[in-house]
Design a binder for this molecule. Structure first.
Ligand code: GLU
Length: 433
């Protein structure tokens, strides 16, 4: 077990706030509101287990490269650890801890029988071939060994990982089980391809959930989505699907930013055209013919009504928050708005639908997939969507109504509800021994 460490001395140059600092401030402010029992505050402030593995992989050149992988298991009071694996240069122990904590609040808020975990490998996947990525993934799975398991810790896709990554993990994990247990372990990961135990609709579940949250908010506040302008940071699985459904509702995509650059067209960018274009442009949106390339640093200042950060954490800060034109921020990413940025936005009356609510469609979809595998069933898409609609509506209503009742912002409300559910479990069960 580890505790959070505070930097011993102040450095002259103020570094970008760590993700862990943000999640802890969010947690503590909600814990204050609900007057969380100090013992439970102590327990939830630490991570249960932190697994760091170093493993060698043979590259296509024949050389061996050493990789570092992480899996942080924050809390399992409500059920097995659950959360994604990301492949990105920013993956480190601080990021994995913070992201694992957010998963604990997310699964609790969604009313799922799960705890929270997160991990990944510190690497830039664009630098590796598909067969290298396969060997890296399989060797990482082997290194994690029994630290993951279908009733213990269940990974899923996250930034730069997808259904193919999950299929490799499932296959490697199952191959290392005793013969009679192999196929019964398929639900060690969720987000698998639909031919390999995956759930129909899991790919769109996160982005669809982001869209649903925006729709529920619009209905509550009497806002007409038709004609509203929105911008999206990140045009991966979450950004694309959220845009797809918002466009169908009559809203207009006017700017997009990805890891390579930004584009803008105030007359509107057709979502499917952009999606097709990225496939022929190495995944990048840059130079899309029906838009102008735009200044990357001014992205959040783009004229629009709704802003969907759907990439990485710490994107909306005290530097760019004052320039934001949107009146609604729907967090597709985890931790995209830091605490300082959020305070400025709230003062200006901007609404933020927080990550643990807004992007929870993904983990809800994962739960359906896990149930499907566990029960030996195959669910149809319409059944999945109907169940997802219901679950997302319940969560939104709970958070919205609590925030109205208590006079607090949506994030604090979401955290209060999530923490209370875990507190109840600890109070009922006590602490061993
Ligand atoms: N990576 C997604 C998230 O951050 C999904 C996690 C899961 O399905 O376990 O919520």
């Amino acid at each position: 077990m580890t505790t959070m460490t505070k930097p011993k001395e102040k450095s002259k140059k103020v570094p970008l706030r760590g993700m862990m600092e943000n999640v802890m401030e969010q947690f503590n402010s909600a814990a204050d509101h609900i007057d969380l029992h100090p013992n439970i505050r102590k327990i939830l402030s630490i991570t249960n287990n932190e697994i760091i593995v170093h493993f060698p992989v043979k590259m296509d050149s024949g050389d061996v490269e050493i990789f570092t992988g992480y899996r942080v298991q924050h809390n399992n009071a409500l059920g097995p650890y659950k959360g994604g694996l990301r492949y990105h240069p920013t993956v480190d122990i601080d990021a994995a801890r913070a992201l694992a904590m957010w998963m604990t609040w997310k699964t609790s808020l969604a009313g799922l029988p799960y705890g929270g975990g997160k991990g990944g490998i510190q690497l830039d996947p664009s630098k590796y071939s598909q067969s290298e990525l396969e060997r890296i993934t399989r060797r990482f799975t082997f290194a994690l060994a029994d630290n993951i398991g279908p009733e213990h810790d269940i990974p899923a896709p996250d930034v730069n990982t997808n259904s193919q990554t999950m299929a490799w993990i499932a296959d490697t994990y199952m191959s290392t089980r005793p013969p009679a247990e192999r196929t019964a372990n398929q639900h060690v990961v969720t987000g698998k391809p639909d031919g390999s135990g995956g759930l129909e609709g899991r790919d769109r579940a996160t982005g669809y959930g982001v869209f649903l949250n925006i729709k529920f908010w619009a209905a509550r506040t009497n806002v007409e989505l038709k004609g509203k302008k929105f911008i999206v940071q990140g045009f991966g699985n979450v950004g694309y699907w959220a845009s797809h459904f918002l466009e169908k509702e009559g809203a207009k995509l006017v700017a997009v930013q990805d890891a390579f650059g930004s584009i803008e067209n105030q007359k509107g960018i057709t979502v499917e055209d952009l999606f097709e274009y990225t496939k022929s442009n190495k995944g990048s949106i840059v130079d899309f013919p029906d838009a102008e390339n735009a200044d990357k640093d001014a992205f959040f200042a783009t004229d629009c009504d709704i802003c969907i950060p759907a990439a990485l954490g710490n994107q909306i800060t005290k530097e760019n928050a004052p320039t934001i034109k949107a009146t609604l921020i729907a967090e597709g990413a985890n931790g995209p708005t830091n605490v300082e940025g959020e305070q400025l936005l709230l003062k200006r009356g901007v609404t933020i639908i927080p990550d643990i609510l807004c992007n929870s469609g993904g983990v809800v979809g994962s739960y359906f997939e896990w149930l499907q595998n566990r029960n030996g069933e195959l669910w149809q898409l319409d059944e999945v969507i109907a169940k997802l609609d219901k679950k997302m509506k319940e969560s939104f209503d709970k958070v919205y109504e609590y925030s109205e009742r208590e006079g607090m912002d949506l994030r604090t409300s979401a955290f209060c509800i999530a923490i209370k559910r875990i507190e109840k479990a600890y109070i009922q069960r006590g602490i061993f021994p």
